[in-house]
Design a protein around this ligand. Structure first.
Ligand SMILES: [Zn+2]
Length: 187
């Protein structure tokens, strides 16, 4: 997926049913910013996300119960590229109503996809693993990825957000039967 060499090491992704996915992850305390623990965690999340062909990966998905995740936005279709980055202790301000429906999958729910309503626009406040503050607005696909990842920090899975289960399907059937589609968020 990425041609750049990746630091860090690959970590095993836990699947739906693992208790780490259903717990609220803990805030990273100030003294842990800039530590080897947090830098390694960030690098490992990015590496594992790319190697498993996702666009996002939260620490609880590798059974680490802290509020951190990696994501990126590929520069395809109508969205601009956002290079891979790691957000720590994110807080979201949701703008408007969660009315935008889009396809999502999850590396912890392999093989399945479903339609999930999300907010089209959000304000994000977070920190980098070194403690630098981040504040930005995200829309569309970018906003969807971040909402999916932030949910992981609160023990919420995309299937919990589906308004009705009739769109739940396997990837192969999605490829075969769903047309006029945008690539799903797989995170
Ligand atoms: Zn996920």
């Amino acid at each position: 997926m990425s041609s750049r060499p990746l630091d860090g090491r690959h970590r095993a992704i836990v699947r739906l049913g693992h208790p780490a996915l259903r717990q609220r992850a803990l805030e990273v305390p100030a003294e842990r910013f800039g530590t080897r623990f947090l830098r390694d965690l960030g690098r490992d999340l990015v590496r594992t996300m790319f190697e498993d062909s996702g666009v996002g990966l939260a620490a609880p998905q590798i059974a680490v119960g802290v509020r951190a995740f990696a994501y990126y936005v590929p520069g395809e279709g109508d969205h601009d590229e956002v290079p891979p980055r790691v957000l720590v202790n994110p807080t979201l301000t949701l703008i408007g109503e969660p009315t935008e429906l889009g396809w999502e999958g999850c590396l912890s729910v392999p093989g399945l996809r479903g339609m999930v309503p999300r907010h089209a626009s959000i304000l994000v406040e977070a920190a980098t693993p070194d403690g630098a503050p981040l504040r930005f607005e995200a829309t569309g696909f970018h906003a969807r990825v971040i909402q999916h990842e932030c949910d992981h920090l609160d023990g919420i899975m995309f299937v919990d957000r589906m308004r009705e289960m009739r769109s739940l399907m396997f990837e192969e059937e999605w490829d075969q039967y769903v047309h006029d589609r945008e690539q799903p968020v797989e995170a």
